[in-house]
Design a protein around this ligand. Structure first.
Ligand code: NDP
Length: 455
């Protein structure tokens, strides 16, 4: 094959939830050397919706459950182990008007014979004041994922929405909460009759008709909901510790709008039961084409189907350029390792990245370099995403700056002193002065530029 043709990828997978990584795993094992564009901030964080959940207890193979971010780390490592190449950025544009297809990402144009769209769907939010403050501190987009966590046990809980999801979640939450309030904006449920009947017959559920969530209250954690009537005026207050959103999802189809057939709700239309979209060589997997099941396991299964379909299509069209492996058995998968806590005995004044309050104290007082202090917590998915990016920045700066990681569970008082209310929070110090602070996942370039400005 000539050099121009060699520059065309066999398969580009866009999206890094269970669908994307499973598709990449299958394609990699078929020696197609797939390229996976993980996404970064567009439509959620890399790893997808499981990155913002806690325990996943219904993914087969993990009898005691597994943290959502850990499950995604494992899927990622498995895909990479078999030869998936990653671009950890948002795909900016996708041009399906001619073949090979063209994807603009990180300032380069990637050409692809085939594409699997696994961009997922984002749970809708209400977008009202206070939502960000209480997000993951009482407000959740997924009762099935988060409902069983200790904070919600035997507490009064609320669900907003009137569809099948809202009803299913309200019933599900009665297993954990003491009582569930269902907040419905109309005087009827959109849910199927059977589901609605189940809700209406359950003495542990109170339906609040013609009510909208108007505001939140609570110290650190959600404690109160203000409900508005149909006239928009406040009319009721509920003392609840949890509010679960079930107000529908929006599929992440920005890249293909006007290019592929979408249904009335904006989901990708696929040929009955197959992963084929309305364009040849373009396949769909996971929630972007599924408004019904939306489970990690169904997304993973559809990723597998999409990869097999892509492999077949490439082969039928004589387009596949398979790699030959140097070693039959790939090396063992590499999983991210937790940062060890530095003690007096093993503290290093020059380490690029180390953990714990001892290292923070020493470096804060002694280091002459910019210091990145990253506050994390064990189940924080966005921390899994942001930490490697920060480490990459420090590596690129070749030791001109240093990093310390503080785990909120180990050092809660330090986090409290630093005014940290959520993870990840990153503080940039220089000469004992706080120069900049970031909350949540940011672009790597932004952190790098802020450090470079100090050097
Ligand atoms: P739906 O789109 O069916 O329902 C969304 C609900 O949220 C509606 O009741 C809607 O109200 C309400 N809503 C939307 N925006 C707001 C807002 N800003 N404030 C208050 N309420 C709002 O989504 P679902 O996730 O429930 O269901 C999606 C699909 O999945 C459906 O086809 C459903 O049947 C299916 N499903 C099936 C299940 C099963 O069979 N076991 C379980 C779960 C889902 P309104 O009615 O006023 O528009």
């Amino acid at each position: 094959m000539g050099s121009a043709a060699a520059a065309v990828e066999n398969l580009v997978v866009i999206g890094s939830g269970p669908a994307g990584y499973t598709a990449a795993l299958y394609a990699a094992r078929a020696n197609l050397s797939p390229l996976l564009i993980t996404g970064y901030q567009d439509g959620g964080i890399p790893g997808g919706q499981l990155m913002t959940t806690t325990h996943v207890e219904n993914f087969p193979g993990f009898p005691d459950g597994i943290l959502g971010p850990e499950l995604m780390d494992r899927m990622k490592s498995q895909a990479v182990r078999w030869g998936t190449r990653l671009i950890e950025a948002d795909a900016e544009t996708l041009d399906l008007s001619q073949r090979p297809y063209r994807i603009q990402v990180e300032g380069q144009t990637v050409l692809a014979h085939s594409v699997i769209l696994a961009t997922g769907a984002s749970a809708n939010r209400l977008h009202i004041d206070g939502e960000d403050t209480y997000w993951s501190r009482g407000i959740s987009a997924c009762a099935i994922c988060d409902g069983a966590t200790p904070q919600f046990r035997k507490a009064e809980l609320a669900v907003v929405g009137g569809g099948d999801s809202a009803c299913e979640e309200a019933v599900y939450l009665t297993k954990y909460g003491s009582h569930v309030h269902l907040i419905v904006r109309k005087d009827s449920l959109r849910a199927s009759r059977a589901m609605a009947d189940r809700v209406l017959a359950n003495p542990q559920i109170t339906v609040h008709w013609n009510r909208q969530v108007g505001g939140f209250g609570g110290d650190q954690w959600l404690e109160q909901l203000q409900l508005n009537g149909s006239d928009g005026k406040a009319c009721e207050t509920l003392a609840v510790k949890g509010l679960f959103y079930a107000i529908g999802h929006t599929p992440n189809t920005r890249l293909v709008k006007g290019q592929l057939e979408l249904d009335a709700k904006g989901y990708l239309v696929i040929e009955g039961g197959s992963p084929n979209t309305s364009k040849e060589g373009v396949f769909a997997a996971g929630d972007v084409a599924d408004d019904q099941w939306r489970q990690a396991i169904t997304a993973a299964a559809s990723g597998c189907q999409a990869a097999l379909a892509a492999e077949r299509w490439l082969s039928n069209n004589d387009l596949a350029v398979t790699i030959s492996r140097e070693e039959v058995e790939p090396k063992a998968a590499e999983l991210p390792q937790p940062t060890t806590t530095a003690t007096e005995a093993d503290f290093s004044a020059d380490a690029l990245w180390q953990g714990g309050s001892y290292a923070l104290r020493r470096l804060y007082h002694e280091s002459t370099k910019p210091l990145l202090v990253t506050y994390t917590s064990p189940s924080c998915g966005p921390c899994h995403v942001f930490k490697p990016q920060l480490k990459r920045v420090l590596n690129e700066l070749e030791g001109a700056a240093q990093g310390v990681e503080i785990n909120l569970e180990d050092d809660p008082e330090i986090a409290a002193q630093a005014g940290v209310t959520g993870t990840p929070t990153v503080q940039l110090f220089y000469g004992k002065e706080l120069k900049k602070q970031w909350r949540g996942v940011q672009q790597r370039s932004e952190v790098k530029q802020a450090i470079e400005a100090l050097l």
